[in-house]
Design a protein around this ligand. Structure first.
Ligand code: FMN
Length: 305
């Protein structure tokens, strides 16, 4: 049976539903050495800001039960260096290039969307609305009003498809997903990390210098699944799942719950070739279950009577 892995995220068409998650595998070259990247429909790079950012003090990561905490602080080379040095390489790996953008404030997001609109070979922009490790980082992801206003301004600034990346650190993720849709987002992705903390009680020290950080990995998967399901039920635009996805069954669980595509994050620190393993696993499971088109299983979760 010939299998069809293609998925449509509004105007963005991907050859497979697998994407990398921002910040977990650089911009492509970090994975290219392990396997052919054709298993990915798109690569999502680490967040890019207008100016270079050095990030937070070290230590910036710590292992936790079934996950990790990070407080990198959005370290990146900034728009100019990224466009000159990194974007040309990112475009050359095969999968579509999705640029994740982050701003300190409203104007920085809009500035970045305008500038990236003029660059060649970008398939979509993902707006990091929700980095919990930066003081200003939560304002656009926690209230529908500011979220809609920001997405609408970005919508005006670029013709590129916009993916609004949502935070789980909110009371009602459905209302934020709706706000992003109302602002003109082509898709939403969920979730970014959960605010967490880890402590060494003997040394009386936090394990990351920032004290708090973002929790990710298998530990957050049930929360992500709940958020994706709630968002998918609230909006008509596609939802991209992120959060603890580590194997082919995880991918299919998120797709049944309503995700049109998925991003691989923390698993890539453990198994850099997880994209290939998961792609192979998806093939096996689709053959097993008689699913020819992976898109057909999106949102097939049974409704209870
Ligand atoms: C070390 C690290 C750095 C991250 N950096 C970013 C980032 O720059 N921008 C962003 O939108 N998300 C960032 N994230 C969040 C991930 O993209 C993802 O949303 C989150 O980790 C949940 O997925 P996972 O459990 O599969 O890792 C980062 C996550 C980790 C672990």
């Amino acid at each position: 049976m010939a299998l069809d892995f293609s998925v449509k995220l509004g105007p963005l068409e991907l050859s497979t539903p697998l994407m990398t998650a921002s910040g977990c595998s650089g911009y492509g070259k970090e994975l290219d050495r392990y396997h052919d990247l054709a298993c990915y429909g798109a690569l999502v790079g680490k967040s890019i800001s207008r100016k270079p950012r050095l990030g937070n003090d070290y230590p910036r990561t710590a292992e936790t039960a079934a996950g990790m905490i990070n407080a990198i602080g959005l370290q990146n080379e900034g728009f100019d260096a990224f466009v000159k040095n990194t974007l040309p390489k990112m475009r050359g790996f095969g999968p579509k290039a999705v640029v994740n953008v982050v701003g300190h404030d409203f104007d920085e997001y809009v500035w970045l969307c305008e500038r990236f609109d003029a660059e060649e070979g970008i398939a979509a922009l993902e707006l990091n609305l929700s980095c919990p490790n930066v003081a200003e980082g939560l304002q656009f992801s926690s209230e529908p009003g500011p979220c809609e206003k920001l997405v609408a301004a970005c919508r005006k600034a670029t013709q590129l498809p916009i993916i609004a990346k949502l935070s789980p650190n909110v009371a009602n993720i459905a209302s934020i997903a709706k706000a992003a849709e109302a602002g003109g987002a082509d898709a939403v992705s969920a979730i970014n990390t959960l605010v967490g903390m880890a402590v060494n009680w003997r040394r009386k020290e936090p394990l990351v210098a920032n004290y708090t950080g973002g929790l990710s990995g298998p530990a957050v998967k049930p929360v992500a699944l709940r958020c994706v399901w709630q968002a998918a039920n609230a909006v008509k635009i596609p939802v991209i799942a992120i959060g603890g996805i580590s194997n082919a069954d995880d991918v299919l669980e998120f797709m049944v719950a309503g995700a049109s595509a998925v991003q691989l994050g923390t698993i890539l620190f453990v198994e850099p070739d997880a994209g290939q393993t998961i792609y192979n696993g998806l093939k096996e499971r689709m053959l097993d279950a008689g699913v020819k088109r992976i898109a057909d299983i999106v949102g097939t979760l049974k409704q209870r009577a």
